[in-house]
Write a protein that binds this ligand. Structure first.
Ligand code: SAH
Length: 415
């Protein structure tokens, strides 16, 4: 195996279990005599040692500012059964969190409404940097964010199939997430296991609500599992309210608002495909509902047009896509957050509520709060914070890797 030797003192963060080795920390690369090329290949397993020769761990080699992402600390090769052990530990944690309440697979009885939608592996948060695995009823969707994980996809799929009892199907979806320039062998999308896919239509249950999941054409792995707890909070506030779910995607928040007794729910998204799925999901869960409307529109245009007509709401949800995908886009993103939040606050009736989110990892909590503060100040309304929200427990933040925190939200009371 290739050995990566670090510069003096560069082992300290690894000893605290931070899983990244930056390229600037690497003193030299020692290849095996049998190595096929003159440099490590992107995605190959390497062993990392300190300047004194101490073994620090094994991980995947990457091209770019992060040179290695560590999979196992303190060892010079991956232990036998590595993937199974990690998948089992992650499953056990989700079970303990009460997220697997499908009576067929759970020891918990159904005092909780059924849930079979959860994130099984959340990258660094589950000690598997570069890997996402989401579970939708009997299907697992695997997503690689590194070439190393792409190379391991078959072994990962095998471990998921062997250790997650409900999984019959495994879909691999890494078309948008692998490094753009990387030389990659094998398909970036497709079935790795197709036990029961003849219906071609896949449904998953989140807290008792049914969602059609389209991982083939949908965003992320098909659904935004990270908003589960925040959706449940919307349900608590929805009774009797006129609700606008802006950036609704497949209608997650809308379904909870309807179940919570909203008077009327408007769902808006720029994607026609998303809006088609919102309608399918509403019809499935509330077949007789006449108080829901789904609209294909750009958020800024919709809010301006509605405001011009004097339209107001009791409860607005703003869950935009990441406005800043990179650090250098943060300034513009903050302006975007301020603009959209000001437009929403203006349309809230006195005593109404705004749920506002940012999923940009590059925009931290304080910066987001400042953008929302500026928006509130701009409108001249009195605004108080009721809740500060974040990603749910199946998207854990590794305390040694604070970079894993990305979702933040504020619930505001607007006078
Ligand atoms: N709230 C959703 C997830 C939102 S993801 C949920 O709970 O599932 C962000 C959504 O914003 C995507 O569906 C995307 O299609 C939509 N979007 C992106 N740009 C937009 C724009 N300018 N106007 C309206 N919707 C937009």
């Amino acid at each position: 195996m290739t050995t990566i030797c670090l510069k003096p003192r560069k082992e300290e963060s690894l000893k605290r279990f931070h899983p990244w080795v930056f390229s600037g920390a690497v003193a030299r690369v020692v290849l095996d005599a049998s190595h096929p090329s003159e440099a490590p290949e992107e995605g190959e397993l390497v062993c990392v040692r300190s300047s004194a020769g101490e073994v620090l761990g094994v991980g995947h080699w990457q091209v770019g500012s992060i040179a290695v992402r560590i999979l196992a600390f303190g060892v010079d090769k991956l232990p036998a059964g590595f993937w199974s052990e990690r998948i089992r530990a992650a499953y056990k944690m989700r079970e303990a969190l009460g997220l697997i309440t499908d009576p067929q697979f759970s020891t918990l009885n159904s005092q909780f409404s059924i849930n079979n939608t959860f994130r099984l592996i959340h990258g660094e948060g589950d000690w598997l940097p570069g890997l996402i695995v989401d579970i939708y009823a009997d299907t697992a969707v695997i997503q690689a964010h590194s070439v190393g994980m792409h190379r391991c996809r078959e072994a990962i799929a095998e471990a998921v199939a062997a250790n997650v009892p409900q999984v019959k199907n495994i879909y691999y979806k890494s078309d948008d997430t692998l490094p753009f320039k990387a030389q990659i062998e094998g398909e970036r999308v497709g079935w790795l296991k197709a036990g029961d896919i003849s219906s071609g239509e896949f449904w998953s249950i989140e807290n008792g609500l049914q969602f059609r999941i389209d991982w083939l054409r949908g965003q992320k792995t098909g659904f935004f599992i990270d908003q589960r707890e925040n959706r449940a909070l919307v349900e608590r506030y929805a009774a009797g309210k006129d609700v606008l779910n802006m950036f609704c995607y497949t209608g997650g928040f809308s379904l909870y608002a309807l179940r919570g007794g909203a008077r009327k729910v408007d769902s808006v998204d720029v994607s026609r495909k998303a809006i088609d799925l919102v309608n399918v999901n509403v019809a499935k869960n509330f077949p007789t509902a006449t108080n829901h409307e789904a609209v294909v529109a750009d958020a800024f245009e919709y809010l301006s047009a509605q405001k011009a007509q004097g339209r107001t709401y009791d409860l607005i949800i703003l869950d935009p896509p990441a406005f800043a995908k990179h650090r250098d886009a943060v300034k513009n993103a903050l302006r975007g957050y301020q603009r959209i939040n000001a437009k929403a606050i203006e349309m809230i009736r006195p005593g109404g509520i705004l749920f506002t989110f940012s999923c940009s990892q590059a925009v931290d909590k304080e910066a987001f709060r400042l953008a929302v503060f500026s928006a509130a100040a701009q409108t001249g309304r009195k605004v108080r914070i009721l809740h500060q929200l974040h990603q749910p427990q199946d998207h854990p933040v590794n305390i040694f890797h604070p970079e894993g925190e990305y979702l933040k939200g504020l619930v505001l009371y607007v006078e």
